[in-house]
Design a protein around this ligand. Structure first.
Ligand code: SAH
Ligand code: SF4
Ligand code: F3S
Length: 482
């Protein structure tokens, strides 16, 4: 019997983060506990990402580190889940003796039972790698644990787009929409428990309901129904593919006040030629017209994006078009990465690979522009009064460790990045006060000093912004919490 104390390490996008949260809750309900320090754990779970080579390599180095850290211990069980597990599968068993469970993206729903069994049957190995025919519903155990002010709800699994560079359709399988009734019930239950900000999650939320598993509800219809949830203050969704965004969704930004005025709309490149070779199925004229319509519907809208630099065949001129488009549109934030060859994708087979040096130079120029621009956006908030929804105390006061930088979390406004963490760690509460952290409607992190003893978790307050840092804002509370 292996002691039921676990440690989870999560890489990749918000979906993986949400899957890990679910796994954690499910393990608690089975009598597992979470180790305070990794070295105390007996059950190690890696929830992996294979979208680029770097996070994939990290999985192997972490497995090596776990092996070293637990040398001489026989009571250790390692599970590898998520996108790399789906891709490599049982291959992990041969390379790492301690790995006794691999579970793919649809296998997650059965991972808790498998872990239960594996802690008792210590000679057993299991793999959960099949794609299911339907959206794999997971048991919802909401009875224990703290209620997050902001939560996430999966509305679909997988992707049918096969963009030339992307491994996701292979690791997450074909698109499977979840039933509208199940989504609405989860949102209702979360709001009833006190969650006031919900982000709907999917690889391509705008094509919700358009697959064989959909129940005929369109994404715009779903948005309106979720926006009607009693007590729901803020609604967001990620990720939107520009080719699928419907006019009705754009209109919803104008008509529903609880849909937050920030949209993540991956552009990938500003060059029509590169977009064509990426198989994105839109050109810059279409992208710009969506942006114009969105801004007409919601003038205070902020846009964020994903950019790939150095796609095979990308010229300096193509790159200049990306930079020019980003400046012109004015993305509040970008997740930008060098192109990375992924096994089995169309782009892997393309000629004219861009050299590492050229890619790195372009990426640097893009990121220099973006950080300067992001700072300007934050700076423009100084002096304004915004509504902040509080998520907890700033990290230093809670004694929470600043985590090692993971591969950048996928573009989700609600995700703290490494910069947020460092700034939070640097926050000092004045004597007699406490610093709380929350987010404004754009998902920007805001730190506020408040008198000791106020429980602000899940509450809102008007805050006057006094200072902008590189990744966050600081302000002072005005008026009463609600
Ligand atoms: N479904 C989402 C994206 C999921 S992957 C969408 O279509 O927008 C997240 C981001 O990773 C992508 O938007 C892309 O910018 C980046 N990405 C995917 N494959 C990549 C690769 N091979 N190399 C570099 N970046 C990649
Ligand atoms: Fe990583 Fe993409 Fe899988 Fe998310 S969907 S975990 S970003 S490979
Ligand atoms: Fe799908 Fe997005 Fe890739 S829509 S194919 S995951 S870039």
């Amino acid at each position: 019997m292996i002691e039921r104390m676990f440690h989870i390490m999560t890489f990749g996008c918000q979906m993986n983060a949400n899957d890990s949260d679910w796994l954690r809750r499910s393990l608690f309900s089975r009598g597992f506990t979470e180790a305070e320090k990794p070295e105390d754990a007996s059950v190690f779970i890696l929830n992996t990402c294979s979208v680029r080579e770097k996070p994939e390599q990290k999985v192997y180095s972490l497995l090596g580190r776990i092996q070293n850290m637990t040398q001489g211990r026989e009571d250790v069980l390692v599970a590898v889940g998520g996108c790399v597990a789906q891709q490599v599968g049982r291959g992990f068993f041969n390379r790492f003796r301690q790995v006794r469970l691999v579970f793919g993206t649809d296998g997650l729903a059965s991972a808790p039972q498998a872990l239960d069994r594996l802690t008792e049957e210590t000679q057993l190995r299991m793999s959960l790698l099949d794609f299911s025919d339907e959206y794999p519903e997971k048991e919802q155990d909401w009875t224990d644990g703290e209620v997050p002010a902001a939560g996430f709800v999966n509305i679909m699994q997988g992707c049918d787009n096969f963009c030339a560079y992307c491994i996701v359709p292979y690791t997450r399988g074909r698109q499977k929409s979840r039933s509208t009734a199940a989504i609405l019930e989860e949102c209702r239950a979360m709001a009833a428990r006190g969650t006031r900000d919900i982000t709907l999650l999917g690889q391509n939320v705008n094509s919700f309901g358009q697959d064989a598993h959909g129940d005929g509800t369109s994404f715009a219809e779903l948005l309106h129904s979720v926006a009607d949830t009693e007590g729901l203050l803020r609604l967001r969704f990620v990720t939107s593919h520009p080719k699928d965004i419907a006019d009705e969704v754009i209109e919803a930004f104008g008509s529903r006040t609880n849909i937050c005025p920030r949209l993540h709309l991956p552009m990938q490149s500003g060059s029509d030629e590169v977009l064509r070779r990426m198989g994105r199925k839109y050109d810059m004229a279409r992208y710009r017209s969506i942006v114009d319509k969105l801004r007409a519907a919601r003038p205070d809208l902020q846009l964020t994006t994903d950019i790939i630099v150095g796609f095979p065949g990308e010229t300096e001129d193509d790159f200049q078009q990306t930079l020019a488009a980003a400046r012109e549109i004015g993305f509040a934030q970008s997740f930008s990465f060098n192109y990375s060859d992924r096994p089995g994708t169309k782009a892997e087979m393309l000629a004219d690979k861009v050299s590492k040096e050229v890619m790195q130079d372009r990426l640097q120029r893009y990121q220099d522009w973006q950080s300067e621009y992001t700072e300007q956006v934050l700076q423009s908030m100084v002096g304004k009064t915004v509504d902040v929804l509080f998520e907890g105390m700033s990290r230093r006061q809670t004694g929470q460790m600043v985590p090692e930088t993971p591969d950048s979390p996928k573009g989700t406004a609600g995700t703290a990045d490494a910069g947020d963490m460092r700034e939070a760690a640097g926050q000092q509460a004045p004597a007699g006060g406490e610093t709380w952290q929350g987010r404004d409607v754009y998902g920007q992190l805001v730190h506020v000093r408040l008198p000791e003893g106020m429980n602000m978790q899940g509450k809102c307050m008007s805050v006057r912004i006094c200072e902008a840092k590189k990744h966050s804002l600081t302000g002072e509370g005005v008026g009463d919490p609600w």
